[in-house]
Every structure is written in structure tokens, then in C-alpha cells.
Design a protein around this ligand. Structure first.
Ligand SMILES: Cc1ncc(COP(=O)(O)O)c(C=O)c1O
Length: 346
């Protein structure tokens, strides 16, 4: 592979500019449901002038705040990063530096940046076989060096029992392998988080402040892992891995438990409401997380097109054919979505 034939970057939701061009509808008329981001973000406070002026300092307490927010033990390393994406892109180099290249299993369908990052770094990437998970077949697990699991998976919403993930980690680690669990869509205090186990060898947990806190543009996230991986990752990321303003906001939002509890309860209600709205509209059964709903649908392309013609942007998946809907937010947006769904050609 040369620098000129590297794999193309995966597509993402939230590409409103491309939708404006394609469908000829001005920006302000779009209802963008193409990402899975909290439509009611954590209220960003004013940032003191010195936060903009001074370089961020490594011993500013953020690591301890991340630890307590995620429920990670003392032994874990808790690194702030510029979105979990920064860690997704850096981890292949960390692994290659410590253990050389190898094989990596990723969920398919799943957030495609994982496979892309490993492939670009020279690793062989394979899909975690779906039936193998159900049948406890371990051949696939024993043939890879790293497993990436997305908990819950984006876009399918699939969740894996914590005991199963810990078993994978143990089996991989017996050969020096790693388990990376991407918890971008899991609120910190969820039962299904592996952050509480972090610090054991070869477990890497990724957290995002973009989704639950609704601040995707901030580029803030965290990596919770063992001190060995943490040290090499910190070296790989280099000085000032997050900006001063991002670090300042992270320190505040992660400690705002009152907002977090209210936000979670509201998101649970909104996700159920969206499930019901989609089902009443005749689209069928959806899976998902508190931040989005996902449904397989043979007419996914037509539905996406008709919604886009009405200025509603959803995320289409082609293999398998499926659509993902984010939460509408305001009552006005809910009623616009319901009316548009009701008018779809059947
Ligand atoms: C599963 C998953 N992980 C990680 C990310 C990266 O998020 P961020 O870099 O904003 O934390 C995304 C973004 O869509 C995602 O869907």
C-alpha cells in the first residue's frame, strides 16, 4: 500500500452541508436526525479568560475527575483525549509499538473508524462473527490479537454482557491480546460499563463527551486503561492532548451529577417515545440506545429520500439496509417528524 492508495475515510452522520447541496434545501430548514447526539446539550458556562490564555497543565485534576465520573478504580490510568476518535486513531500505533502488527476483530456493522484505523496502520481486520458470539465458539477469538467491541454497538444498539467481555479479555490477555471497549454511547454510571474493571492488563475503555453531553463539536473524551497501555498512549498523543477550554468544560460537566441524572432519565423517555413514533408510523420494530433508534428496512433508501425531500436528515446504512434516527429534541421537531412519517408513501 502506498500513501496514494490508502483506504478512503468512512462516511458519518451529521453531514448537513452535503445534504444541503444534494437536496437543495437551505441549512435552517433541516431537522438533522442523522447523528446520535443528545439534542439538549449540557449548558456550557462562560470560560474564564486565563483558560484560553494559558497552556493546559497535566496535573489539573482532570484524571481524578474522569476516574470518579466513570467509576474507575485507583489502579487505572484515565487519560483525557480530544474525543474518543483521537484514541481510536492512536491505539493501532500503540499496539504496534508494543507487540507489532497482527489481526484485529471489529463489530460489523459498527462504527467504521475502528477498522479503518487498524487497517491504515497495517493490521489485518476481520469481522466478529455474529453467530460465533451466540454459540460460544472461540475459534475466531483465538485467531486475533485485539478485539474491539462497541458497547452498545452503533448503529445496531447490540449490548454484550459484561461477563462475556471480561471472558474475552482474559482469553486474549493470556496471549498478550487486548480488548478495546468503545463506550461512546454508554452513560458513565451504566451497569454495562467496563470502566469499573479498568486497570487489569489489556483492557481499554473509551468514553465520549460528545454524545451523552450533546457536545460533539467540543472534541472531548477519555481512555481508561492499564498503566502500561496508558503510558504508551500518552506518549503517542503527545503534549496537550486536549485544549484548555475542553479540559475546563470536561472538569465541570463530569462533576455535574444533577444534570447527568436528569439527562439520562429524559433520554430514556425520548428514546422510548421515538421507538413508539416509528412503530405507529408503520416502520416496524427498532433497536437502539438512549440516543438513537435503528431499524432494518428493505425500503430504507426510499424512506431516507422521502424524509430528505421534506428536510429531515436520517442516516442510511446499506449493508444491511437500515436507517438510524436521532432524537428530535423540541416538541416542534417531534410533531414535524410525526407528520412527515405519516405522509410517507407506503
Ligand atoms: C461508536 C463510536 N465511537 C466513537 C465515536 C467518536 O466520537 P467522539 O470522537 O466524538 O468521542 C463515534 C462517533 O460517532 C462513535 O459512533
Amino acid at each position: 500500500m502506498t500513501a496514494f492508495d490508502l483506504p478512503e475515510s468512512p462516511e458519518h452522520g451529521g453531514r448537513l452541508q452535503a445534504a444541503i447541496q444534494r437536496w437543495g434545501i437551505p441549512r435552517e430548514q433541516w431537522l438533522d436526525l442523522s447523528t446520535g447526539i443528545n439534542p439538549v446539550p449540557w449548558p456550557v458556562p462562560a470560560i474564564p479568560p486565563e483558560v484560553w490564555q494559558r497552556l493546559p497543565e497535566p496535573d489539573d485534576g482532570l484524571e481524578e475527575i474522569i476516574r470518579s465520573w466513570a467509576g474507575a478504580p485507583e489502579r487505572a490510568s484515565c487519560l483525557p483525549v480530544a474525543g474518543s476518535q483521537a484514541a481510536i486513531m492512536a491505539l493501532p500505533a500503540v499496539r504496534a509499538r508494543v507487540h507489532g502488527l497482527g489481526r484485529v476483530a471489529v463489530p460489523v456493522p459498527g462504527y467504521r473508524e475502528h477498522g479503518h484505523a487498524w487497517r491504515r496502520a497495517g493490521f489485518e481486520v476481520v469481522a466478529i462473527p455474529e453467530q460465533a458470539i451466540e454459540q460460544d465458539d472461540l475459534t475466531w477469538l483465538d485467531s486475533v490479537d485485539v478485539v474491539v467491541w462497541i458497547q452498545p454497538n452503533n448503529p445496531t444498539g447490540q449490548l454484550m454482557p459484561v461477563a462475556q467481555l471480561l471472558f474475552w479479555r482474559e482469553r486474549l490477555q493470556a496471549r498478550g491480546g487486548w480488548l478495546i471497549v468503545d463506550e461512546a454511547f454508554l452513560p458513565a454510571y451504566e451497569q454495562l460499563s467496563l470502566a469499573g474493571e479498568a486497570g487489569i492488563h489489556g483492557l481499554v475503555v473509551l468514553k465520549s463527551m460528545g454524545k451523552f453531553f450533546g457536545l460533539a463539536g467540543l472534541r472531548a473524551g477519555a481512555v481508561i486503561t492499564d498503566t502500561g497501555i496508558g503510558r504508551v498512549l500518552a506518549l503517542e498523543l503527545g503534549a496537550w492532548p486536549v485544549s484548555g477550554p475542553a479540559g475546563y468544560l470536561m472538569r465541570n460537566m463530569l462533576q455535574d451529577r444533577v444534570w447527568q441524572i436528569q439527562a439520562l432519565s429524559s433520554l430514556v423517555d425520548q428514546s422510548r417515545r421515538l421507538r413508539d413514533v416509528l412503530s405507529v408510523a408503520g416502520l416496524g420494530v427498532s433497536n437502539g440506545t438512549v440516543l438513537f433508534r435503528y431499524m432494518l428496512h428493505s425500503r430504507a433508501i426510499e424512506i431516507r429520500d422521502q424524509l430528505a425531500q421534506a428536510g429531515i436528515l436520517v442516516r442510511l446504512f446499506e449493508n444491511p439496509l437500515a436507517i438510524r434516527f436521532g432524537l428530535p429534541g423540541s416538541e416542534e421537531n417531534w410533531s414535524r417528524l410525526e407528520k412527515t412519517l405519516a405522509s410517507l408513501d407506503s
